[in-house]
Design a binder for this molecule. Structure first.
Ligand code: NI
Length: 133
């Protein structure tokens, strides 16, 4: 287990109120956990901005009947196969498919792959979430 260090923090009253507001909103049990979240959030943002290695998940919803779309999507996925860890396909209903693509690589490459897939005709919605350890 990592050693935990304590330190004092001086904050203006209104800013401390905002910290407590964030804790409440995100259901953090205390200020320490809130500050951990904020630090890690900033580190992830920094990793994204500086095109560092990150992990991501691209979620796509598309029309099952557009077979051409599936072929195009697979072609694109094969050309970015170095980034793709796994793909899960779920048949949501008679018309719609959900695909979850787990990714690892440089942030810019993940964005490029996501843009290529989300812009395909027949994709109803797509969203890339990126994070870093
Ligand atoms: Ni399907």
């Amino acid at each position: 287990m990592k050693k935990v260090k304590r330190f004092g923090v001086s904050l203006e009253e209104d800013l401390l109120g905002k910290l407590d507001g964030l804790a409440k909103k995100h259901k953090f049990p205390n200020r320490s956990q809130t500050i951990r979240f904020l630090i890690r959030n900033t580190l992830v943002e920094d990793a994204l901005q500086h095109n560092k290695e990150v992990a991501g998940c691209l979620v796509l919803i598309f029309d099952h009947h557009k077979r051409e779309l599936v072929n195009k999507s697979l072609d694109i996925q094969h050309s970015f196969s170095n980034l793709i860890l796994s793909t899960q396909h779920v048949h949501l209903d008679h018309h719609n498919c959900l695909e979850m693509i787990a990714l690892k690589g440089k942030a810019n490459q993940l964005n490029e792959l996501a843009d290529r897939l989300v812009s395909l005709k027949g994709i109803k919605h797509g969203k890339l979430t990126m994070t870093a350890a």
